[in-house]
Design a protein around this ligand. Structure first.
Ligand SMILES: Cc1ncc(COP(=O)(O)O)c(C=O)c1O
Length: 397
């Protein structure tokens, strides 16, 4: 029986299970010491002063949009080559999404595609959400320079890029952004089951994010707005008292999930080293499949923490459709995926942006295929995937 190879999966070890079990035996299942410890470790890992854990990457994006005060009448530039959640976050707060095109090679937002989107958008653009697709970094210095010259706020969608580095800084340090957003879904480099986080250098944003992830409530007397109900006759804060100036959500992460997150995060270097070695093995094993199959073009200013292993395939020349290739690989227990159908092509967004043409994203989409990459894989699995791909595409050795 051949081992089934998914395109991504978690690696949970005994010490991860022990960390979760310890929380289950403790007094605190949520918003307790395990959450604080996870946030401290994440902040240290990405060299940011603040990390705020929450229930998913999607919740983190929504919180970012809320904390920036985005709303109806505002526009947000989002690269169309991303997961649905990046664009949806703008819609949750009633803002308009302006889709930007991407580089057809890397799938990344570029200064040129951002500039084109800004011209097309006209007035009212308040923010841009660059996405570090597959673990490769956008050119953040140039994107930030352009965005700042238009007065835009910047939220990095770093859900693919935990551990990536650019200009000597970890992604999430927010050197060129207001906030960065992470996901700890099981296919990501570090798993929490469901989980997310934001990092920021901005104290006020961090405070707002903490408030908004828990109903908009504050127990901090310095923030209380209604003194006669907040304080007793001696001017002491009433012990039961909390206040809500604007409604937030319950987007908290549980201590159970954060214990898993912290245990996994402590292994980030090892997980990344395995992934990097597997990507190098793919590069070697795929070389004979050129030019029909090519690796992704690499950005030289980024040390990526690879989230997925994407290859570009010339399906037309191969005489096989992508669906045929995927089904043939599935028959060999090799599961592949497509990251992503450009979001502006989704029915909901087609309706909002009719007739929009983004050729870079379409070019990327037409040729991309995501092959298996996860920490429990061996180099022999890489050889097996590439041999199967060569067979399916009729590439002779
Ligand atoms: C680029 C990107 N943004 C946002 C998300 C949303 O994260 P989550 O699944 O944790 O809500 C994902 C997860 O798939 C993602 O890949």
């Amino acid at each position: 029986m051949m081992r089934r190879l998914p395109y991504g999966r978690q690696l949970i070890e005994d010490d991860d299970i022990a960390a979760v079990t310890a929380v289950l035996r403790s007094d605190c299942l949520t918003t307790g010491p395990a959450t604080t410890a996870f946030e401290a470790l994440l902040a240290e890992t990405v060299a940011a002063p603040h990390a705020i854990a929450c229930s998913s990457g999607t919740a983190a994006l929504h919180l970012a949009a809320l904390a920036l005060g985005l709303g109806p009448g505002d526009k947000v530039v989002v690269p169309t080559l991303t997961f649905l959640a990046t664009a949806n976050a703008a819609r949750y707060v009633g803002a308009e999404v302006v889709f930007a095109d991407v580089d057809a090679g890397t799938g990344l937002l570029t200064p040129a595609t951002l500039a084109e989107a800004l011209v097309r958008a006209g007035d009212g653009v308040k923010a841009v959400f660059p996405v570090h697709l597959n673990g490769q970094c956008c050119d953040m210095a140039a994107i930030a320079a352009l965005a700042r010259s238009h007065g835009l706020k910047i939220v990095e969608d770093a859900c693919h890029a935990l551990g990536s580095r650019q200009h000597g800084q970890p992604t999430g340090a927010c050197t060129f952004s207001d906030m960065a957003v992470f996901s700890f879904h099981p296919v990501k480099t570090v798993a929490m089951g469901e989980g997310g986080a934001l990092t920021t250098r901005d104290d006020a944003l961090a405070q707002a994010l903490r408030r908004l992830r828990s109903h908009g409530m504050t127990r901090d007397p310095a923030e209380f707005l209604v003194p006669d109900q907040a304080f007793d006759a001696e001017g002491q804060p009433n012990p039961w008292y909390y206040e809500m100036a604007e409604p937030g959500f319950n987007y908290r992460a549980s201590d159970i999930a954060c214990a898993l997150g912290a245990s996994q995060l402590a292994k980030l270097d090892r997980f990344m080293a395995v992934r990097t070695a597997l990507v190098a093995a793919y590069d070697r094993a795929l070389a004979p499949l050129a030019p029909l199959v090519r690796p992704l073009p690499r950005r030289l200013d980024c040390v990526p923490s690879w989230h997925v292993q994407v290859v570009k395939i010339d399906f037309a020349t191969a005489g096989k459709s992508r669906a045929q290739v995927m089904r043939a690989l599935l028959a060999e227990e090799i599961l592949t995926q497509v990251h992503y159908l450009p979001v502006h092509r989704q029915p909901y967004y087609r309706h909002l942006s009719p007739g929009l043409s983004l050729p870079g994203a379409d070019g990327y989409y037409q040729s991309c295929l995501t092959l298996p990459l996860f920490v429990g894989m061996e180099e022999s699995d890489v050889t097996r995937v590439c041999a199967a791909l060569a067979r399916v595409l009729d590439i002779s050795p």
